[in-house]
Design a protein. Structure first.
Length: 174
């Protein structure tokens, strides 16, 4: 068995543990929902999390994935994290929740197989993916901020028009 086969053999278990760790970061009132409903339309947040988990794990394991494919898979998940309450560290730090899982489940096996270099390369890929996700997160946050500014400007313009209308045609004193 080589390192890639070891990663493949533990994929389901690690994906399950990582998605549970991500769900544990959600507010208490929402943690049951993402875990219980597997319908992508009824539970888009859970679907985004599972999709991101699979993409991240495949890339970390060393499967043949392109940067564009990983970006596409991460985009929905990162945008979701960008609109949720929380700091950037809390939002993107969930990627690092995979490290202790990998260390517990794979490092001993890969060490026994004399494949520590493969494990270290996997952790390095996880670090790179986290940085990619952070860049994507910051772009999404900028988009959210620009949308909010535009909304405030539109509200101000509407109030200004209303004030001009009132000034031009004051209400009759009753």
């Amino acid at each position: 068995m080589n390192a890639l086969e070891c990663f493949r053999g533990h994929k389901d278990e690690i994906l399950r543990l990582w998605t549970e760790a991500v769900y544990a970061t959600c507010p208490l009132e929402t943690t049951g929902f993402p875990r219980t409903l597997n319908d992508p339309f009824g539970n888009p947040a859970g679907d985004m999390t599972r999709e991101a988990a699979l993409a991240v794990y495949n890339a970390v394991a060393g499967e043949d994935v392109t940067v564009e494919n990983i970006k596409n898979a991460l985009e929905r998940f990162v945008r979701l994290r960008a609109v949720q309450k929380g700091t950037p560290g809390q939002s993107i730090g969930v990627f690092y929740l995979m490290k202790p899982i990998l260390r517990e489940r794979l490092l001993p096996r890969l060490t026994a197989m004399d494949e520590v270099d493969a494990y270290l390369a996997a952790e390095s890929r996880l670090d790179s993916l986290t940085l990619l996700a952070f860049d994507m997160y910051m772009e999404a946050r900028e988009t959210v901020a620009e949308s909010r500014i535009k909304e405030i400007r539109n509200q101000y313009a509407q109030l200004a028009r209303w004030a001009r209308t009132l000034k031009a045609h004051p209400p009759a004193a009753g």
